[in-house]
Design a protein around this ligand. Sequence first.
Ligand SMILES: Cc1ncc(C[n+]2csc(CCOP(=O)(O)OP(=O)(O)O)c2C)c(N)n1
Ligand SMILES: [Mg+2]
Length: 326
Amino acid sequence: MAKNPAPGAAQDSALLLNCYREMLRIRKSEQRLSKLFADSEIPGFIHLSIGQESVPVGISAHLKRDDTVAVTHRGHGQALAKGVPLAGFFAEMMGRDTGICRGRGGSMHIADAGVGMLGANGIVGGGIAIAVGSALAHQLAGAGNLAVCYFGDGALAEGVFHECINLAALWSLPVLFACENNGWGEFSRTDTQFCGSLEKLGAAFGIGYRCADGLDVLAVHATAADLVAGIRATSRPMILECKVERFHGHYEGDPQKYRDPEELKALEAKDPLAKAHAKLLALGLEATLLEALAAEIDDEIEAAVAAARAAEVPQFAAAKADVYAS
Ligand SMILES: Cc1ncc(C[n+]2csc(CCOP(=O)(O)OP(=O)(O)O)c2C)c(N)n1
Ligand SMILES: [Mg+2]
């Protein structure tokens, strides 16, 4: 497979290849969603995480099935990386009865308890208390699991975040607070909304903090490895801040008039997937192998889309099913 690999290169390339595959699966899924949305095949709004794939991939590599994650409104990558199956994912996005939530959740409310995905959330900071509650459940169960709380920099100024880091520290809960800091909250720069520092905030509550380059999947992977191991060993909360870039608009279709065109153009050189691809080639992987991988993912996605298109939409008569206990 590799041409004249250097010592240690085989291990590096195997890890990077695994991460690359997961990132590509997320990227291609979201590119497909973008097209489906433009073609009016997806009800409601969608927020794409294109450019931010390294974060959930680097973190999820260290999670067990019974570990839990609460994800954001920009949570497709976070959901797929935790193991939400692609067929159920696309059917959910397309509002079908075969969706993972039977078409009742969609992009911002998709959940899959079977893989520990507690739900996306349209409320900024809405997942934080859910993750902390789940961490409390893990602590009480005593099986050594942990919860990951994904949130954006826009949640830093939300009261619920401050309450939750206090409680997590006070009760010594096994939770990783994973901030995807893309510098934006909707159409405003984060520094116009939050004047603190996540690192100092963590220190004020005695919570360990690490920062990783969210455009480099191996950097996220290595930092998350330390933090997850630390949480499992000590049952103390930890903070991981990943500096990322938002490649698409706040919502799909957002013309981003509020962003400097030069800044948008500069994003091309920062693409974490292109970087991983280049590194794999430098490590000696054959380009044809990566092309075959991409084709395999395309086939998987197209099969999921075709199945969703062929599936029924939820029946109105069943609207109350699963809402009330019988
Ligand atoms: C409590 C609350 N306030 C405001 C909004 C409107 N809103 C939706 S997304 C968003 C910005 C979120 O920014 P961030 O958390 O950084 O996530 P990103 O979109 O950058 O991934 C806002 C203010 C909301 N959904 N919920
Ligand atoms: Mg943001």
